[in-house]
Design a protein around this ligand. Structure first.
Ligand code: NAD
Ligand code: DAU
Length: 357
């Protein structure tokens, strides 16, 4: 691949992926980042890349649902690779209002697939990689893990929209021979994570002396993966994954939510002790933990069997949860300016309206 279209590259995982491509990924070609800049997209996430990669990195503000724009970009840049991240990604928001999820995640994926099909004809040397989620498989009981063969059973508007887009991607392979791959990954965490999601929300609320909201009994399980490990997996699948195949990606790191929150409090006590933080007024960070009303339809447990990508492509997670969490906490402590920017404006208003926070 020489010319890659990254959609949603101004978001959390997409921006980490572009940085990875130009760094450890060793990519020598050109990247075009197409992003609508919703509340979750922030070009500031890639300022370093934009400066260092002049001529090899371009940003285009636009919507993946816009057929005309897509056709123009495919013609101009002659893409031979697509890494499709753009999506509405937050389960809670999909419960408050599913419309944008249906538009971007389903219609937007369709627009991209159709444009790639028209631009590539019967080409087999290109690659359309769709970034998806383990949530399409539904919820696990106490045992077992999601495999690529686990039947789909999405249970939130978010996961239903992602499941729908996965089916469209595979349909384009089987019907038109489009050279596609899909990766279904578990929960990511790391730098540039928007602070509506559990880990960054808890870090920033703790530093501000605000309650740390734990949904329901806090015993739900997620399988956490450091974002750079996910980026490495995606790049491997794009380069060497078999067309028409799905690869599950996970962290081998099942954690109960309450233990994640306690782990964050412990990491904060190490790097920014509560005793020296005036917002805590003498409390420990763990003293802020507050059980709140559960998320409707909250999936109980996710866990990924990633033996296929390990066996076929030699990928495995490399960063332990303890190490990844410490890196993440240190990143948020060092990037107060970024935090201030993403917490202003639309995000603040949404929090007040929906959570009265
Ligand atoms: P994010 O919300 O941080 O970023 C999404 C990006 O997409 C933003 O930059 C946003 O502006 C852009 N976008 C939204 N609608 C758009 C549109 N119509 N046109 C163009 N751009 C648009 O999301 P994320 O956490 O980085 O997730 C990226 C992808 O990875 C998503 O497809 C998500 O389903 C998938 N995924 C995420 C996780 C996770 O833990 N975060 C895990 C597995 C899979
Ligand atoms: O599994 C992959 C998915 O992980 C991705 O597809 C999604 O895009 C991504 O947002 C993430 O979904 P989750 O719903 O698992 O992530 P979130 O950070 O919102 O929540 C993680 C867990 O923490 C979940 O069980 C809900 C719980 N939670 C979340 C928030 C925001 C809380 O207990 N309190 C909170 O305030």
């Amino acid at each position: 691949m020489k010319n890659i279209l990254v959609t949603g590259g101004a978001g959390f995982i997409g921006s980490n992926f572009i940085r990875y491509l130009f760094g450890p990924g060793g990519f020598k070609g050109r990247v075009v980042n197409l992003d609508k800049l919703t509340y979750a997209g922030n070009p500031e996430n890639l300022l370093d890349v934009a400066r260092a990669q002049k001529g090899r990195y371009a940003f285009v503000k636009g919507d993946i649902c816009d057929f005309k724009l897509l056709a123009k970009l495919f013609k101009k840049y002659k893409f031979d690779g697509v890494a499709h991240f753009a999506a509405e990604s937050h389960v809670d928001r999909s419960i408050f209002g599913p419309k944008d999820f249906i538009e971007t995640n389903i219609h937007g994926t369709f627009a991209l697939l159709e444009t790639a099909r028209q631009a590539w004809g019967g080409r087999k040397d290109a690659r359309f990689h769709h970034i998806s989620t383990d949530e399409v498989y539904g919820s696990l009981g106490r045992t077992g893990k999601f495999k690529e063969t686990t039947p789909y059973d999405p249970r939130s508007p978010y996961s239903a929209s992602k499941a729908s887009s996965d089916h469209l991607v595979m349909a384009y392979h089987h019907t038109y021979g489009l050279p596609v791959t899909i990766s279904n990954c578990s929960n990511n965490y790391g730098p540039f994570h928007f602070p509506e999601k559990l880990i960054p929300l808890v870090i920033l609320n703790a530093l501000a002396g605000k309650p740390l909201p734990v949904y329901g009994d806090g015993l739900q399980v997620r399988d956490w993966l450091y974002v750079e490990d996910h980026c490495a997996a995606i790049w491997r699948v794009m380069k060497r994954g078999r067309p028409g195949e799905t690869y599950n990606v996970g962290g081998n790191c099942e954690m109960k939510n309450i233990d994640v929150v306690k782990g964050i409090c412990a990491a904060l006590e190490k790097y920014a002790p509560a005793a020296a933080n005036p917002a805590l007024a003498g409390k420990a960070y763990a003293g802020l933990i507050t059980y709140v009303k559960d998320r409707p339809g909250h999936d109980r447990r996710y866990a990924i069997d990633f033996s296929k990508i390990r066996r076929e492509l030699g990928w495995r997670p490399s960063v332990t949860f303890k190490e990844g969490l410490e890196r993440t906490v240190k990143w948020y402590l060092a990037n107060g300016g970024w935090v201030l920017h993403v917490q202003s404006g639309a995000y603040r208003k949404w929090l007040r309206k929906n959570y009265n926070r």
